[in-house]
Design a protein around this ligand. Structure first.
Ligand SMILES: *Cc1c(COP(=O)(O)O)cnc(C)c1O
Length: 370
């Protein structure tokens, strides 16, 4: 790639390893639907995260819907969600007829504020959906949400879609992978995520009964493998072996990607240290893997246009969800509103070179120096 080629904000990376996995499957079998490769992929995610069970589904939105169904959430129930997140988080429960209730996030972590979450609880609240934004833990630690959940009996669901490769240090002897503090944790393997299967999602839990429920829910409510006996309602949210082949190859690359993502963030932090117009959100790299390079920019839209004209892609961060036309709710969430106004993701793909990062930082510095 030459120095003047367009640098996209994000692009998935697949290569020889994925190709070899797919070809070996095609030489061996032709059912395509989930089977041994999928089991191996689930086992790999369970091993990596330290969870007892992993159940994969076709994306990281229905994974949340299934988590909510498995926890007994239905029409009329309220689910507390952050106002700053990908819209899939609230939509996943909206699909069930449940009502997302939006709460502002912390200005430094972009994770839901636990005190505000507590204030939003009503007798109808049936779950708290915690999003570890870009791999981050809440300021008061995940322990604050666990304590809230214990005190109120309201289950915690972790939308850890952006957090594969990030850990919590919650004062235990061993750090825990993000997604393990909730009753159920959810991941996404959509194209921009740290590993991708094109589309895909995974649920992790340590609860045997919940894992069994999730497996039934994704397979028509079948009472046993391959039979047509149904003692409960279920749908079809199954995976495919082709996705699992890609996922197995991607999981082998995950440890290196974690190292590289951290190095990318560090290089940006150094390159932008003297640039006051763009401020990166901080990361504790000993625990957290920055999935996207996130920050707030003065004159954000002008900066994005300046970079685009110089062959550098960016992406504006999520607008506050309560203001999106899809919801259009009253509410005062100043942090989410500030991110919606000033937040800008910089190029964040795993294949980004140091020279490209230096060029991006140079262009940002030049924009603010002008
Ligand atoms: C990507 C993402 C999702 C949705 O995952 P899909 O696999 O695209 O359905 C949900 N929540 C968050 C926080 C995400 O970043």
């Amino acid at each position: 790639m030459s120095d003047t080629d367009f640098i996209p904000q994000m692009r998935p990376l697949f290569g020889a390893d994925e190709r070899a996995e797919l070809l070996s499957y095609l030489d061996e079998d032709g059912f395509f639907t989930e089977f041994k490769r999928t089991e191996a992929f689930e086992a790999e995610i369970a091993r990596y995260t330290g969870a007892r069970h992993c159940v994969v589904v076709n994306n990281g939105t229905v994974s949340l819907t299934l988590a909510a169904v498995a926890l007994g959430i239905g029409p009329g129930d309220e689910v507390i969600c952050p106002d700053y997140t990908m819209i899939a988080t609230p939509n996943s429960v909206q699909m069930l007829g449940a009502r997302p209730v939006f709460v502002d996030v912390e200005p430094d972590t972009l994770v839901m504020d636990v005190a505000l979450a507590e204030r939003a609880i009503t007798p109808r609240t049936k779950a708290i959906m915690l999003v570890s934004a870009n791999g981050r833990a809440p300021r008061a630690g995940i322990a604050a949400f666990e304590a809230l959940s214990q005190r109120t009996g309201i289950p915690l669901i972790e939308d850890a879609a952006q957090s594969l490769g990030s850990w919590y240090d919650d004062g235990r002897t061993e750090r825990r992978h993000v997604g393990r503090a909730g009753r159920i944790g959810s991941f996404s393997f959509s194209a921009p995520k740290i590993i991708s299967t094109g589309q895909g999602g995974a649920l992790i839990t340590d609860d045997d009964a919940l894992a069994a429920r999730l497996r039934k829910l994704k397979d028509f409510g079948r009472s046993g493998g391959g039979n047509d006996v149904h003692d409960s309602i279920g749908w079809n949210f199954k995976f495919t072996e082709l996705q699992a082949c890609v996922g197995l190859a991607q999981m082998r690359q995950l440890p290196d990607r974690v190292v590289r993502k951290k190095a990318i963030w560090r290089r940006y932090a150094e390159g932008l240290a003297g640039v006051s117009g763009y401020r990166l959100f901080d990361h504790d790299l000993s625990l957290c893997t920055p999935w996207f390079i996130d920050g707030v920019a003065e004159r954000r839209d002008e900066l994005a246009a300046h970079l685009k004209a110089r062959g550098i892609g960016t992406r504006t961060m999520y607008p506050p969800i309560h203001r999106q036309k899809a919801y259009d709710l009253p509410g005062d969430h100043p942090v989410a509103e500030r991110i919606g106004r000033d937040g800008l993701w910089l190029p964040s793909m795993i294949q980004l070179t140091d020279a490209q990062i230096d060029r991006i930082c140079g262009e940002i510095a030049a924009f603010y120096a002008a």
